[in-house]
Design a protein around this ligand. Structure first.
Ligand SMILES: NC(=O)c1ccc[n+]([C@@H]2O[C@H](COP(=O)([O-])OP(=O)(O)OC[C@H]3O[C@@H](n4cnc5c(N)ncnc54)[C@H](O)[C@@H]3O)[C@@H](O)[C@H]2O)c1
Length: 356
């Protein structure tokens, strides 16, 4: 490991804390600082877990540069965000833009000042909603399916490639991430900052405080576990929307490989999704949750589709797999089982989060 100290912003969130603990386990001598403003419900629960492994936790907000200035390090992993694609729909755009865009800018300024490398977490939601919705699809018993394509540089059997359109609208969340990607690239080139951008699809796993608008896989398992109802929203309320997903363990193994090679990148972008082979519809997820928890729950149906909704979103990550000699190891059954066991073992801790 070339780096001696890493700052993880949003380090008490699901992804940030998981990466922190994974790195600490594999590199015990690495100094790790997790900075978080604890806005996400459940983020406080990460503090004792992190501290017990010798990881420093500090309260701070990426919207304010002086909060970052408290820390000196040679690597920054930016996991702080308002991560919901629905953010702003209620008229409250300010926090989203300030955290996701000004926060990224502050992280880049900090990286420049500290001569630190940076890993930036972006999203598959940078792609054009309209263009995604225009892709021809069929409908099976349990899911919507994109019609197969041949000889299309923007789409393969596994999903869209990086050639796919990012022309807006992409949601305000997607726009803040896409704008941040541009900034990361410019800072990396102009100031010679080692940097990688990852466009992640859905990430899920234990310790994710899932809610309706973000973290649906953990939410689905929890609602089955606690025998509470759920709603199929959008697209006729059929529950046939499809997403690709990655288990957080697979995300951590990729991040580790990227850190090792980070010095040779200057803002290159990589797609990191599960693709067609690691994808699930809500209906399929419900069936699996039912079989793993042995609980059957009630579902409401809300047919109304929102402006930020996407019927199917799958990414082809072949380039990333090749570049970092990385393969995902966990499938949907592993994922649901791991989340189930986590909830079972921490029922007292998470009941309030999932049973509001
Ligand atoms: N989880 C996913 O499915 C997914 C998919 C694609 C990209 N991402 C990206 O990965 C990153 C981590 O997402 P996550 O799932 O861990 O979300 P999360 O909400 O669990 O974690 C984000 C953390 O950032 C903190 N935070 C929010 N605003 C902050 C601010 N202004 N200053 C400091 N801390 C702040 C929150 O308290 C939270 O602990 C985000 O950038 C997100 O956009 C996540």
């Amino acid at each position: 490991m070339k780096y001696s100290k890493v700052l993880i912003t949003g380090g008490c969130g699901f992804v940030g804390s998981s990466i922190a603990l994974y790195l600490k386990k594999n590199y015990p001598k690495l100094d790790i600082v997790c900075l978080d403003n604890f806005i996400r419900q459940g983020s406080q629960l990460q503090v004792p877990r992190l501290k017990s492994q010798g990881i420093q936790v500090i309260e701070g907000d990426v919207r304010f540069y002086d909060h970052l200035e408290q820390v000196k390090a040679d690597l920054l992993i930016d996991c702080s965000a308002e991560p919901s694609v629905s953010a702003g729909l209620d008229g409250s755009s300010k926090y989203l833009v300030e955290t996701n865009l000004i926060g990224s800018f502050n992280c880049l300024e900090w990286a420049k000042e500290n001569k630190a490398a940076i890993l930036f977490l972006s999203t598959s939601r940078v792609y054009s909603i309209q263009e995604l919705e225009n892709i021809a699809y069929t409908e099976s018993e349990t899911r919507f399916e994109w019609v197969d394509v041949q000889n299309d540089i923007a789409r393969t059997k596994q999903g869209i490639t990086q050639e796919f359109s990012t022309k807006g609208p992409v949601s305000l969340y997607g726009a803040t991430k896409l704008s941040s990607e541009h900034l990361v690239l410019e800072y990396a080139k102009m100031y010679d900052i080692p940097a990688i951008i990852n466009r992640f699809g859905v990430i899920a796993g234990p310790w994710q405080m899932g809610k309706v608008d973000q973290g649906f896989i953990a939410l689905w398992v929890a609602k089955h576990y606690f025998k509470q109802s759920l709603t199929y929203n959008g697209y006729g309320g059929l529950g046939k929307q499809v997403r690709d997903f990655l288990h957080i363990f697979d995300v951590c193994t990729l991040i580790e490989k990227q850190i090792v090679k980070l010095d040779s990148y200057r803002g290159e972008t990589f797609q990191v999704g599960g693709g067609r082979s690691n994808s699930v519809s809500l209906l399929e997820l419900s069936e699996l949750c039912q079989s793993i928890t042995s609980h059957t729950i009630d579902f409401a149906r809300n047919p109304e589709t929102h402006c930020n909704d996407i019927r199917i979103l799958l990414m082809d990550s072949a380039n990333t797999e090749k570049e970092f000699n990385w393969t995902k190891q966990k499938n949907i059954k592993d994922l649901v089982e791991d989340v189930y066991h986590w909830i079972q073992q921490n029922e007292d801790l998470v009941t309030d989060i999932f049973c509001k």
